[in-house]
Design a protein. Structure first.
Length: 184
């Protein structure tokens, strides 16, 4: 995708053009390093919700998703029940997909029972070198990360979803070559 020049004169990745929320996300969050088990769990969960949808829809509902899923605190989400799922399914501000809602809760239950840091695990798949193709949708590392997370029992963690998360948490720098943040 091409880049574009914003009203402020800055050259940005083309995917964020035409929407102030996208531009703010691009400029202040996307591609910045994120660590910690709960923040990584949030990113896995949000990317899972995004699967098959557009990211702008998730950004517009992110605060509501955070509220519904207890700020993505793994131990708190792990305590949620089928009754909670039924209640969330009635909330018009959520992505009312029972499989995705259940996935967040089941993933939290799994993560609360393992003896490893999900943040450390995810970051162990950081590519050793930058890839040249900033427009790719997967990578060998995202495929391996997906495979490992699935082995642990997590869902909605396919290679494309995990690559999008790797981009968002700053694990790979896929800003357009002309984007002002490419060299940051």
């Amino acid at each position: 995708m091409d880049s574009f020049r914003g009203a402020d004169g800055k050259q940005r990745c083309g995917w964020c053009s035409g929407n102030d929320l996208y531009i703010d996300y691009h400029d202040n969050e996307w591609g910045r390093p994120v660590t910690g088990d709960n923040p990584i769990f949030e990113r896995i969960s949000l990317e899972g919700f995004q699967a098959g949808l557009n990211w702008l829809m998730i950004l517009k509902r992110r605060d509501h998703l955070r509220n519904a899923f207890k700020n993505f605190q793994i131990d708190a989400v792990a305590q949620m029940t089928e009754k909670d799922i039924d209640l969330l399914m009635t909330d018009p501000m959520l992505i009312r997909n029972r499989r995705k809602i259940s996935s967040v809760i089941e993933n939290a239950k799994l993560l609360s029972q393992i003896d490893i840091s999900i943040s450390d695990l995810v970051w162990s798949f950081k590519p050793k070198q930058e890839h040249e193709d900033f427009s790719r949708a997967t990578s060998p590392e995202s495929a391996e990360l997906s495979k490992e997370l699935k082995r642990l029992g997590l869902s909605f963690v396919g290679p494309t979803t995990m690559y999008a998360m790797m981009q968002s948490i700053g694990m790979v720098n896929d800003h357009h070559p002309e984007c002002y943040l490419k060299k940051s």
